[in-house]
Design a protein around this ligand. Structure first.
Ligand code: BES
Ligand code: MN
Ligand code: ZN
Length: 509
């Protein structure tokens, strides 16, 4: 899809679709008013019928506009359709409302036999957000709705849409253009995150992810450095917990390191660590059959790190960011880890693996020790870590826990503003007791109670040397059911957080 932002008179639109709006008070947007005047009041007459309530999500499609009254409005062309979108309450619009409106408009546009959509809703605004933020949110929502994954479909997308113009009657502001540019970068990252996540697990295994990282290095050679650690190298580093997960699989595990440099080397990096279990059978603690296919999504954290790195490269963001992917496949086999096995992690902790299905924390703990070498400013790990998080927060919010309240507050705020929301759970010392093992320093599970918290408490044992937050995205990374597929979350949140950090003063050590 080709997205552009430009000043464009509706008169210049000769084919495809024009998207305009009306509010709940049945007033028209400026662009809609102009079209209405030029076409014998067709829209205001329609609104008078009372059939259209202007509520968010409402829409009405018009064909064959009556001949224009003004010479220079030549929309006599029957190839032009007009989509009237409900825009809610003019004075009370939120960013979330704007996202909904754009999402719904894009969904409608994708179903028509057109190649070009001209969206004239760029004048929508909220009380609290600047024009840059609004257009960024609008474009990301549109791209989200237009995303398709059809690599393995013989019959491809029937949508003919190729161009999507964010159109305005007046010249778009520099802020709006900047919002669009950022949104293009973020959407590109989100699409990569969704693609990698949606790929089947027979294709997307740890070596495949390593290859994709190396391709990124080629493509962004000036900004990105990629290194892939093999199992042998991890063994030398003493990553016994990571290797305990990958040892049951025919696919070797990989630790992928992507270093993005966008500012002076002296500024400490923000490190993102993604759980990349390319398939989670549970191992010897085998999962039940139903919906097990969805465990191909157990690498969505890793995929979100890929997407965020791409967004950073595309924006040329003025930060140093390191992306780490802990990629392994969790399989049962004669070589697999048994419940009761004790392993030694990279930082010397011994862990009794009581449940091989609690594998995410095992690959992550060694990755979290590994990142100490980057002397990080901040470390954020992203993982589809616990089913308990889906029980607690459903599919609405990701869970956040960590060892630094200021960091968590910035993430909560970035989540709020990007619409990719988080909810904090406590990480109090009392929960650590649940991880006691009679035989080793730590057990890898803490019983049924507070499953999301005990998983984070396990990780906390390995993150004492830096500011750290953990995002549990088990509920938010993908949809199940009819529209099964990856959501691209939490790329909007992570990129918002990083954009917010650009103007921070480099942190003291
Ligand atoms: N990848 C799963 C978590 C998961 C399950 C995410 C379902 C989304 C949907 C993780 O590796 C896992 O299996 N966790 C166990 C932990 C338990 C054994 C302590 C869980 O949540 O049941
Ligand atoms: Mn598991
Ligand atoms: Zn898992």
């Amino acid at each position: 899809m080709d997205y552009t932002l430009k000043q464009q008179s509706p008169a210049a639109v000769r084919q495809g679709l024009m998207i305009i709006g009306a509010y709940e008070d049945l007033s028209l947007t400026t662009a809609a008013t102009e079209l209405d005047k030029a076409h014998h009041g067709i829209f205001s007459a329609y609104l008078k019928t009372g059939d259209f309530k202007g509520k968010i999500g409402d829409s009405q499609l018009f064909y064959n506009l009556p001949e224009a009254t003004t010479k220079n409005l030549a929309t006599k062309n029957s190839a032009v359709r007009v989509l009237l979108m409900g825009c809610g309450k003019r004075e009370q619009l939120s960013l979330a409302d704007i996202r909904k409106i754009y999402r719904a408009a894009a969904q409608k546009a994708a179903k028509l036999a057109i190649t070009h959509a001209h969206n004239y809703l760029t004048e929508l605004s909220t009380e609290h957000d600047d024009a840059q933020t609004v257009l960024r949110a609008a474009m990301i929502a549109s791209a989200e709705a237009l995303y398709r994954f059809e690599e393995y479909k013989s019959e491809k997308n029937k949508s003919t849409l190729q161009k999507y113009t964010f159109a305005s009657l007046t010249k778009p502001s520099a802020a709006q253009q900047q919002g669009l540019d950022e949104a293009l970068a973020i959407s590109k990252g989100m699409a990569l995150t969704r693609d990698l996540s949606n790929l089947p697990p027979n294709i997307c295994h740890p070596s495949y992810l390593a290859q994709r990282a190396q391709q990124l290095q080629k493509h962004y050679s000036k900004q990105l450095k990629v290194q892939v650690l093999s199992e042998a190298e991890m063994k030398k580093l003493g990553m016994g917990a990571f290797l305990a997960v990958s040892q049951g699989s025919a696919q070797p595990g990989k630790l992928i390191v992507m270093e993005y440099q966008g500012t002076s080397k002296t500024r400490k990096p923000i490190v993102l660590v993604g759980k990349g279990i390319t398939f989670d059978t549970g191992g010897i603690s085998l999962k039940p059959g139903p919906a097990m296919d969805e465990m191909k999504f157990d690498m969505c954290g890793a995929a979100s790190v890929f997407g965020t790195m791409v967004a950073c490269c595309e924006m040329g963001i003025g930060l140093n960011v390191v992306g780490i992917i802990a990629a392994a496949e969790n399989m049962p086999s004669g070589a697999a880890t048994r419940p009761g096995d004790i392993v030694r992690t990279m930082n010397g902790t011994t862990v009794e693996i009581l449940n091989t299905d609690a594998e995410g924390r095992l690959v992550l703990c060694d990755a979290l020790s590994y990142v100490e070498r980057f002397k990080p400013d901040t470390v954020i790990d992203i993982a589809t870590l616990t089913g308990a998080c889906v029980i607690a927060l459903g599919k609405v919010a990701s869970g956040v826990l960590g060892n630094d309240q200021a960091l968590i507050d910035s993430l909560l705020d970035a989540g709020q503003r990007s619409g990719d929301r988080l909810w904090q759970l406590p990480l109090w010392d009392e929960y650590k007791k649940q991880l006691k093992s009679p035989f080793a320093d730590l057990a890898n599970i803490g019983g049924r109670d507070a499953g999301t918290i005990t998983a984070a408490a396990f990780l906390a044992h390995f993150t004492e040397k830096y500011r750290w937050a953990h995002l549990d995205i088990a509920g938010t990374a993908w949809h199940s059911g009819n529209d099964k597929g990856a959501t691209g979350r939490p790329v909007p949140l992570l990129t918002q957080y990083l954009l917010d950090r650009v103007h921070d003063h480099p942190t003291k050590s």
